[in-house]
Design a protein around this ligand. Sequence first.
Ligand code: NAD
Length: 473
Amino acid sequence: MASTQSAQTKLTIKQAIDSMLADPEYLTDIPEDQREQLFRAGEEILTTTDKVIKGYIRLTRDDGSMSRVPAYRIQHNNIAGFYKGGIRFSEAVNEDEVENLAMLMTLKSALHKLPYGGAKGGVQINPRNYSDRELYRISRNYVKLFNNDIGPTQDIPAPDIGTNEKVMDWMVGEYKVLNPDENYLGSFTGKSVENGGARGRREATGRGTYHSYAWLVYDWAKHFDMDKVADHHIHRQQFQVLKDLNLRNEQGGAIRVAVQGFGNVGGTAALEAAHCKKLKHHVVSVSDHNVTLFNNQGLDLEKLQAFSRKHGQLPSSAEELKTAGVVADIMERGAILSLDVDVLFLAALENQITANNMNDVHAKIIVEGANAPVTQEADEYLQEQGVLIIPDILANAGGVIVSYLEWRQDRVTRFYTEEQVYAEMQAHMVDTFAEVYETYFTRGIASIRTTCFGNAIRRLFSLLYRHGRLYSA
Ligand code: NAD
């Protein structure tokens, strides 16, 4: 099988189904003589995609010239609820990538028990090369192209790389024109607050990502008994790391943190770590597409954030550091991945830790704020070394959970306060964390990622079974 991103995810789904089939305690109400056939039917459904829609968007440039750009909406599965997933504007967009991200959305929604399936969209453009007016036309034409397939009770898009609340507002505007009879507000999430968006959506993913780690260390491992941890050297080694971090914290020592990517997700996660009341951190390093900054005593994150809000990037020269009022060593952008830290947050791009640099990683805990920042080979290697990886579908779901709250509030037009949004998001994530971490540590499963995939696929499979979708039509 070609090792494309989507082929890899399909293989992981197949492996999860194989292990469910081998588990005699899973879905015992399926008659023994039908098990093999029904599980294979479930595998067929979950490893194939419901609908791939590709078209070309007409784009009239500001100078009057015309071109057409490829655009996708791919709907993987909706057994758990309406399709849901972001729209990406990026030159790297291609069918395999969008399909893979749609599958991961199905799994993420299922893992966190949201009433959604999975979808993803994309337009193959570099948004930085287009004016606002051109992006406006692209956004409206995207909605025109996919109008029959999207909507508040069909498929609900959201922002992703290269899109933002402004794009969602434009898209909702077009959807309203095309569908005057519908509850248009719930057709897209990630909109501006003035336009029905949830308060706190912007920081939701970064906060949730930080809490996937802090909750594990402080709220769970601190009180969990080592005797209950599976008798497997990796699990015990990882659990001991969590206990040691708590002990250091109780003795007044700081946990050393590095954060790759200082945008929406990484910037928020870094500030959450620095201001956390439960665990003391020194955020010793942050990085962006230009540079890694390092200060052994901890960086001044407020000043860095003020600078990067103004200039769109971190200071990357001695003069810029002076302007920002920050003391730090300047290193090349990739240096952050091999620093001697306890916790490394990956909040930039996919494929950052690979076979080429996995040997250089020193962090004991890696938290995936970005989607797929660790390749499969590196993931397996690091797990073998006892590095604890909190995977993307667990860690970065704050965004889709708050999107769900946005969709819910838009249906009844009663809007949550920011406190309500965070309280709900937190409660929702903690339910999933508790289930996943306990299962992983007590049952000795291969990795937290495998545990997440297993839990998600069990939920999807049992819905397929209960809906009668595994029998011939
Ligand atoms: P962003 O554009 O706000 O920030 C991205 C950051 O990464 C920037 O600081 C950028 O300079 C940096 N970066 C880019 N290339 C880099 C490189 N080669 N090395 C180091 N840093 C680099 O994006 P974001 O919203 O913070 O999203 C970050 C990641 O999280 C993306 O992979 C995105 O898909 C994922 N994600 C975001 C959300 C969300 O709600 N924003 C939800 C789920 C997943």
